[in-house]
Write a protein that binds this ligand. Structure first.
Ligand SMILES: Nc1ncnc2c1ncn2[C@@H]1O[C@H](COP(=O)(O)OP(=O)(O)OP(=O)(O)O)[C@@H](O)[C@H]1O
Ligand SMILES: Nc1ccn([C@@H]2O[C@H](COP(=O)(O)O)[C@@H](O)[C@H]2O)c(=O)n1
Ligand SMILES: [Mg+2]
Length: 216
């Protein structure tokens, strides 16, 4: 039976600095590891809303925002946009959604992202959510590079020069975040080098126990 402390912890997990209770899964992995592809499957089967930090930043860049030029340059250089920008975009998207279950894809991407989302006092608009778990798509660099170069979605960062920089950022800045969550027992690691359908079989095993929505 759950204790009062368990109940309080669950409340803390579910509450957020947005105006509703939400369940959040962070989806992490290297560039081209298949995060977006698998999130689309999870949305269909388990009723989550997919929020990609990269997609939100690209939309913000194209919206004529005052941050547009900065975002464009940071993405071209494969670096990480300051957390306050990304956190606000995520917060707004979560508030605007009618759903209460979110896949946050590509965030937190470095320790600064992580600190910003955890530290309720640092920013007025922090999310402050402890993830249910972190879904980690583990894929070889060779395979990720091949996938990105074949993606053909017109992304300005899908070129060899930026890909190299994105891989460096992933190793230097993103992997430590995954290691941090791993040390807290939060990481569910998936072998993402396999074909899409096989990867999703492994993903389903992670989500099925959590969800009452029947897969179809
Ligand atoms: N398991 C897979 N096997 C082969 N190709 C895949 C697999 N998963 C995704 N792809 C393809 O690889 C490319 C990258 O996938 P996707 O966009 O989902 O990756 P991502 O992790 O979201 O990348 P990014 O971090 O750059 O946004 C896409 O063209 C996608 O169709
Ligand atoms: N938390 C994040 C996430 C992404 N970015 C920038 O966007 C680029 C593309 O992200 P994808 O997840 O779509 O690959 C990424 O390389 C970063 O430049 C970010 O700054 N912060
Ligand atoms: Mg993606």
């Amino acid at each position: 039976m759950g204790s009062v402390v368990d109940a309080a912890n669950k409340e803390a997990t579910e509450s957020a600095h947005i105006n509703k209770k939400v369940t959040v899964v962070f989806v992490l992995g290297g560039p081209g590891s298949g995060k977006g592809t698998q999130c689309a499957n999870i949305v269909k089967h388990f009723g989550y809303t997919h929020l990609s930090a990269g997609d939100l930043l690209r939309a913000e860049q194209n919206s004529g925002s005052e941050n547009g030029a900065m975002i464009k340059n940071v993405i071209k250089e494969g670096r990480i946009v300051p957390s306050e920008v990304t956190v606000k975009l995520l917060q707004r998207a979560m508030e605007q959604s009618a759903n209460d279950k979110f896949l946050i894809d590509g965030f937190p991407r470095n320790q600064e992202n992580r600190a910003a989302q955890e530290n309720r006092a640092a920013f007025e608009s922090v999310i402050g959510i402890e993830p249910e778990f972190v879904l980690f798509f583990d894929c070889s660099e060779e395979e990720m590079q091949k996938r990105i170069l074949n993606r053909n979605q017109g992304r300005e960062d899908d070129n060899m020069e930026t890909i190299r920089k994105r891989f460096r950022t992933y190793i230097e800045s993103s992997l430590p975040v995954i290691e941090y969550y791993n040390s807290k027992g939060k990481v569910r690691k998936i072998d993402a080098t396999k074909p899409v359908e096989e990867v999703f079989e492994a993903v389903k095993d992670v989500f099925a126990p959590l969800n009452d929505k029947v897969a179809y």
